[in-house]
Write a protein that binds this ligand. Sequence first.
Ligand code: CDP
Ligand code: MG
Length: 136
Amino acid sequence: MSNIEQTLSIIKPDAVERNLTDEIKSVFIKNDLKIKNNKKIHITKDEAAEFYKVHQSKPFYDDLCTYLSSGPIVVMILEGENAILSNRKLMGATDPKKAEENTIRKKFGLSIDKNSVHGSDSKDNAKKEIAFFFKD
Ligand code: CDP
Ligand code: MG
């Protein structure tokens, strides 16, 4: 049975800065994820703190929010068959050193914090994260 989903993808500052946006987008397109909506923005630290609030108790939270607000990011809605899991597979493990061959993080990630991309991890979070960036 078909299961078309939408998920939120973010190209993080380290990747935007290195001009990897088009190359990363092409990975999604080649793997049957449509880019439905797409904008380049620079968020404040407060906005990053709101976006990442599920991580507020983690030791890396403050650095993570500083980082996501440190430069332009590209936020996108990806749509396709099992888009949430499909995007997570294309991204690879959080730590680029542990990411599978040919994943975005393996190819482009610099470190566990500068790991080039974000992707929603569940249907619920995908809905919330899409609404956060694309209110209509
Ligand atoms: O992004 P992902 O869902 O794979 O990982 P997460 O556990 O939800 O963590 C969110 C983000 O926090 C990661 O993508 C990293 O940028 C950052 N992080 C970090 O800086 N240090 C860690 N030990 C774990 C995560
Ligand atoms: Mg996560």
